[in-house]
Design a binder for this molecule. Sequence first.
Ligand code: UT7
Length: 325
Amino acid sequence: MTKAVILGTGSFLPDRILTNAELEQMVETSDEWIRTRTGIGARHIAGSHEPLYKVAAQAGKRALDAAGLAPEDVDLLILATVSPHMIMPSTACFVQAELGTVNAFAYDISAACAGFLFGVDMASKYIAAQPDMKVLVIGAENLSTRINWQDRNTCVLFGDGAGAAVLSGAEGERGILDSRLYTDGRLWHLLYTEGPPSMNKDLQLPGWKGPFIQMNGAELFKNAVRLMEGAVKKLLAAHHLTISDIDLMLPHQANIRIINNLRERLAVPEDKVFINLDRCGNTSSASIPIAMDEVAREGRLHPGDLVLMCTFGAGLAWGALLLRW
Ligand code: UT7
């Protein structure tokens, strides 16, 4: 049966590293609090020479190189982000121009931390209809541009970066097996970023808090564990699989306590869960593709390995995806 297979992966992290020690100088926090409550030790921050489309294009270029493809080979470019370069046009169009994917059509999707899985799911459905299509899916964020650096509840959590995968159709066992994706818009208020105020005064929202991330961390935490657990269990059950069949789990990197809680509920051994949260912080839609690229390049993935990805974030949007590497 034809499946969407990953031909290559890539990622990019800006050089500038913001440490917990530096944050101690900026807000009332401590390295000890950040490490024990979140698992984060440092995060990468984009500079003024690194607008989102450049960060995304670097990851995309590395994925194309790994796949042995030229930019002209790409038929579709999907960019998942919640920190776009502009409101219009899509950041995907800027990435297209930067990369030279001149034969592709390109668009953004917005599903926050679930964005990459939503994008891969979409790519696999295009590929099911047209197996020779080459689809570049990128998850990229410059969340540092959406943070209130005086708000200790959020500024210690997020980081910048991008991850990417190129997919196309192939016969056989390998590829995207299935996914379960969900949203619940009733819980939008747990995590959101307002845009700039409307230029039409009649349409301005009352109580505008600025274009910054607003978050109810404790409520998100509870929902994250419960919702990812449910998505994973449904996905595995649909394929008559158990956790012991999984070779590697790539969870969204938001908080080490969320990951450990989920791991314990699902009974996943610690050595089967990849963590880069300590170095990268929460990079939202970029978190899973960066992790996937890192494990691929470290040689931790072998042909035939069963990889489980799971994620949650603003929307709420969440889901799980199974991939035979
Ligand atoms: O990708 C999805 C995005 N978001 C998430 O995944 C977030 C999920 N939630 C979390 O990761 C956690 O809820 C947080 C890390 C955000 C917070 O951890 P928590 O254990 O839930 O702490 P809390 O919000 O219950 O706050 C406990 C205390 C509060 O002080 P008081 O009111 O008890 O005096 C906070 O003001 O910790 C305080 N606090 C901090 N203290 C030092 C909050 N942020 C900080 C900080 N440094 N950076």
